[in-house]
Each structure stands twice: as structure tokens, then as C-alpha cells.
Design a protein around this ligand. Structure first.
Ligand code: 3Y8
Ligand code: NAP
Length: 246
């Protein structure tokens, strides 16, 4: 009997959850619990960590999970790594639902950074106005360049003081649109953009806005994750789930 654990937190995960619910699949949606009020899903939902790869392996066994779909964000590398190890240990089938990385297009001025620290180093020394659209978890690393004014876009209002002296905080949950991001960046006189290469449509608006405004983008590459089958659409995942050898 197929029973699915869907590791979520992205647009594609929500799209897959809708299809699984519509087909009456026996599936559980999982959030990390990073945000205060995550978008509700049409599947039974659990929130919070599993307790590392061992905790996840134990969960897979106790919940009789037969298939895991890792539809987490490309930067959720720890979760994806744990899923590979836990599924191996528990003998459970695993695939990833992942969107392709963005590629620079005509009129884009991108500087590629392999890590967050490389992105910090790529920022100019002279004071700039930086749209730091990478969320909340990696802000501390930018504290070595306090001279910039940072526009931050966060899902929830920060509970503690931010590690940066000059900031403007925009509270918003995507997906975002290019017109809105162009107006936002003009309003704040943005000179530089820092982005994670998340892929997908939900976070791409700032790249279109940067191209329109002729602004440079520091693009942070994806972290490494152990090899596992990668599918790129809901239809491919549904076929994978129904394939007898899956
Ligand atoms: C908790 C669930 C859906 C999923 C929507 C996508 C699109 C909107 C764009 C910018 C970039 C950023 C951030 C972003 C986007 C989608 C998707 C995506 C980027 C929610 C969500 C959860 C999270 C976690 C949150 C991180 C943060 C990252 C904001 C819900 C809204 C910057 C990534 O405050 C925090 O601690 C936030 C943490 C991880 C990255 C970071 O390091 O701070 N996402 N985002 C999930 C969980 O608990 O398991 O609250 O409803 C989901 C979405 N965020 O169902 O429609 O598919 O990517 N999320 C990035 O890409 O750079 C915003 O502002 O331009
Ligand atoms: P991460 O660093 O890879 O994971 C850290 C720990 O959080 C994991 O080891 C696991 O805890 C727990 N966790 C992560 N995702 C989980 C999930 N879907 N269900 C249950 N536990 C989860 O993850 P992250 O980058 O913080 O991302 C957390 C969530 O936000 C994910 O759902 C991801 O899809 C979403 N998200 C992240 C980004 C981003 O930029 N990182 C962007 C958009 C959405 P245990 O070890 O205790 O099991």
C-alpha cells in the first residue's frame, strides 16, 4: 500500500500536495516550522524537525511510509541530505521534485558566488543600497559589511535585533511579481541585489526587476546534496509513484 511523505515548503510542493489530495493519495505533508503561519495544505500536515536522519528513519518505519518526495527548497540541503540517508536506512523509495537553477539572460549582470561568504565578499566596499532577498537565516554573515543599507524581505517580523545596523524590513511571503519588485527596488534606491539560485517562479521577480533597472545581481549557487533521482514536474512524480517498480 503506497503511503507518501511529502517534504514541502516550496511552490512545487504545494502543487504536488493539491494533486495528491485530488487523487485521494495516502500522503502526509511536512513543514519544518520555520514560519509562524505557513500556508495550509490539503493533506494531513506535520510541522517540525524529525530529529536528524535517524529520527526521520524512525518516522518512516513507524508511519509505514513507502515513498518520500523531497520537494524542499534547493537550499534546504540538510533536510535533503537527511532524506537520502534515512530512506537508505529504512529501505524507502526517494525522489526529489526540484526546479532547474536560473540562468543569466540577455541584459543580466550577474556575479556568481559559491557560498554566502563569497557573496558578502562580492559586495562593493563603498556604501551601497543592497536588496538582500535571501531571507533571515544567513544575515549575520553580512555584518562584516555594515556600511551598506540593506533592504530585507522576511516572512515574519524579526523577534530579535537584526545583526545589521542600517536596514529596512519588508514583511512579505511570496510568490512575488516583477512589477511589485521593480517598484520596491526603485522606492528604496536599490543599487545591488543578492539572491539565492532558488529557481522557480516564486522568487524570480527580483531578477526581472534587476534586469529592468540595470542592476547587478550577486547570485549564490546551490549547496551540494547527495545524489538521488530528481524529477522536475508534478506529472513526473505522479508517474514515479504509480510505477510498480518505484
Ligand atoms: C516555511 C511556507 C508555497 C511556497 C512558497 C518558492 C516560493 C514563495 C520565494 C525573496 C525571496 C526565501 C524564503 C522564499 C520564497 C516561495 C515559497 C519561497 C524566498 C515559505 C514557507 C516557509 C518558508 C521558509 C523560508 C526561509 C527563507 C526562505 C523567504 C509558508 C513562505 C528568502 C528563499 O523567517 C525564516 O526563517 C524564513 C526562512 C527558509 C530562507 C532563509 O534562509 O531565511 N523560505 N518560506 C517552510 C517550512 O517551515 O517548512 O510559510 O507558507 C515558502 C516559500 N518561500 O507553498 O507557495 O517556492 O521558492 N522563501 C529564497 O528563495 O531565497 C524569498 O524575498 O525574493
Ligand atoms: P535545512 O537547513 O535543510 O534543514 C534544517 C533542519 O530543519 C532539518 O535537518 C530538519 O530538522 C528540519 N527541516 C527542514 N525542512 C523540513 C521539512 N520540510 N519538514 C520537517 N523538517 C524539516 O532546511 P531550511 O533551509 O531551514 O528550510 C526549512 C524549510 O523551509 C523547508 O521546508 C524548505 O523547503 C523551506 N524553504 C527553505 C528555503 C531556503 O532558502 N532554505 C526557501 C524556501 C523554502 P531535523 O534534522 O530535526 O529533522
Amino acid at each position: 500500500m503506497t503511503r507518501i511523505l511529502l517534504l514541502g515548503g516550496t511552490t512545487e510542493a504545494s502543487q504536488l500536495a493539491k494533486t495528491l489530495a485530488e487523487t485521494g493519495a495516502d500522503a502526509v505533508f511536512s513543514y519544518a516550522g520555520r514560519t509562524a503561519n505557513p500556508v495550509s495544505q490539503p493533506l494531513p500536515t506535520r510541522v517540525g524537525g524529525f530529529g536528524g536522519a535517524d529520527g526521520l528513519a524512525a518516522y518512516l518505519k513507524s508511519e509505514n511510509i513507502t515513498h518520500v518526495v523531497d520537494a524542499t527548497h534547493p537550499f534546504a540541503a540538510q533536510m535533503s541530505t537527511n532524506a537520502v540517508h534515512a530512506c537508505e536506512a529504512a529501505g524507502v523509495k526517494l525522489c526529489a521534485l526540484e526546479r532547474p537553477a536560473w540562468q543569466a539572460g540577455e541584459g543580466d549582470t550577474w556575479v556568481h558566488a559559491g557560498t554566502i561568504d563569497e557573496a558578502v565578499n562580492a559586495l562593493p566596499d563603498a556604501a551601497a543600497r543592497v536588496f538582500l532577498a535571501i531571507g533571515k537565516q544567513n544575515l549575520t554573515q553580512f555584518a562584516v559589511k555594515p556600511q551598506h543599507h540593506y533592504l530585507l524581505r522576511l516572512v515574519d517580523a524579526p523577534e530579535t535585533n537584526l545583526p545589521l545596523p542600517h536596514t529596512t524590513v519588508e514583511i512579505a511571503r511570496g510568490p512575488f511579481d516583477a512589477a511589485g519588485d521593480t517598484a520596491l527596488m526603485q522606492r528604496h534606491g536599490i543599487t545591488d541585489v543578492v539572491a539565492k539560485n532558488s529557481g522557480g517562479a516564486g522568487a524570480a521577480a527580483k531578477l526581472t526587476a534587476a534586469r529592468t533597472l540595470g542592476l547587478p545581481v550577486i547570485m549564490i549557487g546551490r549547496p551540494q546534496v547527495p545524489k538521488r533521482p530528481i524529477l522536475s514536474s508534478v506529472a513526473e512524480v505522479m508517474a514515479w509513484l504509480s510505477h510498480p517498480s518505484a
